[in-house]
Design a protein around this ligand. Sequence first.
Ligand SMILES: NC(=O)C1=CN([C@@H]2O[C@H](COP(=O)(O)OP(=O)(O)OC[C@H]3O[C@@H](n4cnc5c(N)ncnc54)[C@H](O)[C@@H]3O)[C@@H](O)[C@H]2O)[C@@H](O)CC1
Ligand SMILES: Nc1ncnc2c1ncn2[C@@H]1O[C@H](COP(=O)(O)OP(=O)(O)O)[C@@H](O)[C@H]1O
Ligand SMILES: [K+]
Length: 502
Amino acid sequence: MFLPAQPIYPVAGIREIEARVMPGAKPSLMERAGRAAAEDAVRLLIDRPGPILVACGPGNNGGDGFVLARHFRQAGREVVAAYADDPARMPPDAAKALADFRASGGEPVSSLPAAPAGGWALVVDALFGIGLTRPLEGRHAEWIGALNQQNAPRFALDMPSGLDTDTGRVLGIAFRATHTTTFIALKPGLLTLDGPDHAGEVSVQRLDVDAAGWLPPLGHAVRPSLFRPQLTPRARNSHKGSYGDTAILGGAPGMCGAALLAARAALWLGTGRVYAGLLDPRAPTVDVSNPELMLRPADELPEQVSALAIGPGLGRSDAAAALLARSVCLDRPLVLDADALNLLAADPALQRVLAARAAPTLLTPHPAEAGRLLASDTAAVQADRVAAALELSARLRAEVVLKGCGSVIACSDGRWYINGTGHPGMASAGMGDVLTGLLVALLAQGWPAERALIGAVHLHGAAADRLSREGIGPVGLTASEVIGTARGLLNGWLLEAQRNGG
Ligand SMILES: NC(=O)C1=CN([C@@H]2O[C@H](COP(=O)(O)OP(=O)(O)OC[C@H]3O[C@@H](n4cnc5c(N)ncnc54)[C@H](O)[C@@H]3O)[C@@H](O)[C@H]2O)[C@@H](O)CC1
Ligand SMILES: Nc1ncnc2c1ncn2[C@@H]1O[C@H](COP(=O)(O)OP(=O)(O)O)[C@@H](O)[C@H]1O
Ligand SMILES: [K+]
């Protein structure tokens, strides 16, 4: 049930693994890749008669395409392989794959043919894989544009062409796959930024290569198994003190809702006691829909909480800055979100204090906040989300989640994770505040920082996913609605963990 987290490698890692495996590999990795992809493609061809179009490029990705094309020819399927690059410059494995395709009776066409009357049964993109080095242009870009127009399942080999393997950036134009079969292991570009919109459903074909055995991975795709050790039943003989006290600091005039959302999320995720410290002098003193919350002026909170979060609706006033400076000095797990991050970005001295903290620090920036913290900008952060998150984590000695499509979690020891749950319906006000509340709740209940961050980010997105399966979102999903569903999911995981051996 709790499947292991899958490793993710950037291009350099895949190349290193390939270099070690390839010399003795029989059958060759390309033979394995083309065959494995053909096996995945069979599933897409159920009830789809008609010819298969395979667009092959100049390198080894093109070679994979020729292997796939040969398998389908040999199985009696009509296949049209389109290839217009210079065969003299083909790498040896790919040249052999082309020769084998010819030997099977196939002959590539040098322009992209128009779709047959009944349409293609399947469109296969074997133009570029991990070897893409610059934006697509000219004929290659035209081919991608035409392939994207086809009304058929669109199947990418290894990477959708035009998508940068390490970052998920579109270089010029990219193939919009409905399905991608990627080889050896996952790559970051499939999972973050523009990756999910271009890769569609991703299948990993390991090609009998034990990637982690050759090169221990630094990156993983998040799965609940990463926080499975925390999914233990509560002791019957326990009390509210056993589940932590937490405080959320924020709620400047006009922004109390942000702090209340975080506080509610912390309460609903099982924290023993939740305080909300609000800066607005006219803030409510009770949350009538959650009277369990203890609402206080921001400077009248108990200091001995188990974990603290500061930022939701904090604003950037002097009072907010003073509150932040005090919070950073508390020897407790600390979550910094929203304006706490913006204030920190403007205060290098405070950054030094933060980096010297003994207790865990967790930062939850969206790309604009991360840009300010790195003294760069949103575009620079988005250009390489994994690198930006790691840099922030190393500089501030903090666990970091860089939010957005494919949230990247970076740990101060250099390991990183990409989360796959969540959807664009979460792009609505207050969603980040709820994440902060879920996170501080897990910290208050004693989860170690890294697991709490992974768990909260995964849970947050999974709750939104469940709601949208029920028609609550993506359009119109509200942050408040995520809270109750997150509670349900966490309890479900706890039960599942107990059923599977405590
Ligand atoms: N290296 C190996 O042994 C294996 C590679 N495999 C496949 O091979 C792929 C990697 O092969 P390659 O390294 O040959 O790389 P690709 O096939 O991805 O493409 C590289 C070729 O495209 C050119 N190129 C890069 N960007 C371009 C652009 N924007 N416009 C025009 N030309 C451009 C490069 O100069 C090079 O000739 C993998 O993604 C995978 O599909 C698999 O067969 C498994 C084994
Ligand atoms: N397109 C998306 N795909 C996946 N998750 C998203 C997407 N857009 C937003 N989210 C998630 O929603 C949350 C929004 O947080 P944030 O930007 O801080 O919102 P707010 O400031 O309104 O609280 C983050 O957890 C983010 O990862
Ligand atoms: K491809």
